[in-house]
Design a protein around this ligand. Structure first.
Ligand code: F3S
Length: 399
């Protein structure tokens, strides 16, 4: 890969070990992927935050940046942590876990990274612009950034996104290149996609069957970003799909060359049912409803509130929603939050059902409307999950 003289000096350690290591990581990956050069990024979204998922090894990695007093070069924000940073005790998190989690967060904060602690930065004012290069690492956010906004990011590993944030550059390969953004499979959606869980089912089915290939969806009605985030998260979870197009909706759908299409398929009502049946795993009363994968918007909260109406949560079932602090500060959201909390619904921020240990440790039978959450919660057999729409959930757990 071509490096300028200045970049070579950074790689060779002129600015210290952390900068050198950051260059090394990115150049190595770039060389492996035949990148021609480094390109500037506009911002970075950094995973590798939850102590539950990263473990002890993160400390020596972050210490490398701390000892050189490194600050990020571009606006950067964080993925969810393993706990709500304020209400962690209410989540059943131990003192020991909280201490370690806070240490990790402080390392990132000292580097100038904003403590957004969310997988939906685009909901809190950080919508990417068309065509700009980013270095994002949370898989659902990567897919939304590419597909819904037309920005350009590979699905970066957490160390890579941090390295990019530190040097303000990434390697020019993969989804940064026009030719790699073309769709390979047309999916003609022939069944109604109405609920968030339907978008999630479509994404799960697609990812499972067409791993890594970029889809071009036909037959999907104009969809909101909250609906799209369910689709994108599911495709990323079940099939590492990092980009997509929707006919007449997503910004690149009119620009892409359909000559790259290799296969045409239909998504039928039986396909949708097949996903719901994979995640119908228990007939016992659910001990938890978990909503917010990806993190909920205030619009989602309003929808939940209107679906639930005057009903009250039945005994024996907890109801947790995950969002971000900044989203919940949206003007006018306080009354919705109060309405939901008065019904016994708990709203946590900074974390989620997957990257916090507490749900696996304390609950067994879970209902969710997200196939991404269902996929990860059941992957190692820890939980049994039923996939349902918000309307079905409301009928089942509210009286
Ligand atoms: Fe976000 Fe956690 Fe789901 S990070 S996409 S809520 S697994």
């Amino acid at each position: 890969m071509f490096l300028t003289k200045y970049q070579e000096r950074m790689l060779n350690g002129e600015m210290g070990e952390a900068i050198s290591k950051s260059f090394e990581l990115i150049v190595k990956l770039g060389d492996l992927n035949d990148a021609d050069k480094l390109i500037p990024i506009k911002n970075a979204q950094i995973a590798g935050v939850s102590y539950y998922t990263v473990g002890e090894s993160i400390f020596s990695f972050l210490e490398l940046f701390s000892k050189d007093k490194i600050k990020v070069k571009v606006p950067s924000w964080l993925n969810p942590a393993g706990m709500d940073t304020v209400k962690w005790k209410e989540m059943g998190i131990s003192e020991d876990f909280a201490e370690k989690q806070n240490r990790i967060i402080k390392y990132y904060m000292d580097m100038g990274i904003e403590l957004t602690l969310t997988c939906t930065p685009y909901l809190i004012g950080y919508e990417p612009s068309f065509g700009e290069n980013l270095s994002w690492s949370e898989s659902s956010a990567v897919s939304v950034a590419n597909g819904y906004y037309g920005a350009r990011t590979n699905r970066e590993g957490a160390p890579l996104a941090l390295a990019s944030a530190v040097i303000g550059l990434t390697a020019n390969y993969g989804l940064h290149m026009n030719e790699n953004r073309m769709p390979k499979v047309i999916i003609d959606v022939q069944t109604e996609i109405k609920h968030f869980s339907d978008y999630s089912a479509l994404g799960y089915w697609y990812g499972k069957n067409f791993k890594g290939l970029i889809p071009y969806f036909k037959g999907l009605k104009e969809s909101s970003v909250d609906q799209i985030k369910m689709l994108a998260a599911a495709m990323a979870a079940s099939g590492s799909v990092a980009h997509f197009h929707i006919e007449n909706q997503t910004p690149e759908s009119k620009l892409v060359d359909l000559g790259y299409i290799e296969e045409n398929f239909e998504f039928l009502v039986e396909d949708k049912k097949s996903v719901y049946s994979i995640f119908q795993q228990t007939k016992e009363q659910a001990d938890l409803v978990a909503i917010g994968c990806p993190h909920t918007s205030v619009d989602d909260l309003k929808k939940i509130s209107s679906i639930v109406g005057d009903k009250t949560l039945r005994k024996g079932t907890d109801f947790w929603i995950f969002s971000s602090k900044k989203e919940l500060e949206t003007p006018g959201s306080k009354s919705i939050i109060n309405q939901l909390e008065n019904k016994g619904i708990r709203i946590f921020t900074d974390t989620c059902m997957v990257v916090s240990p507490t749900i696996r440790d304390n609950y067994e039978n879970i209902i969710t409307n997200s196939t991404k959450a269902a996929f990860y919660l059941t992957r190692k057999g820890q939980n049994k999950v039923n996939l349902q729409s918000l309307e079905e959930i409301s009928m089942e757990v509210f009286e």
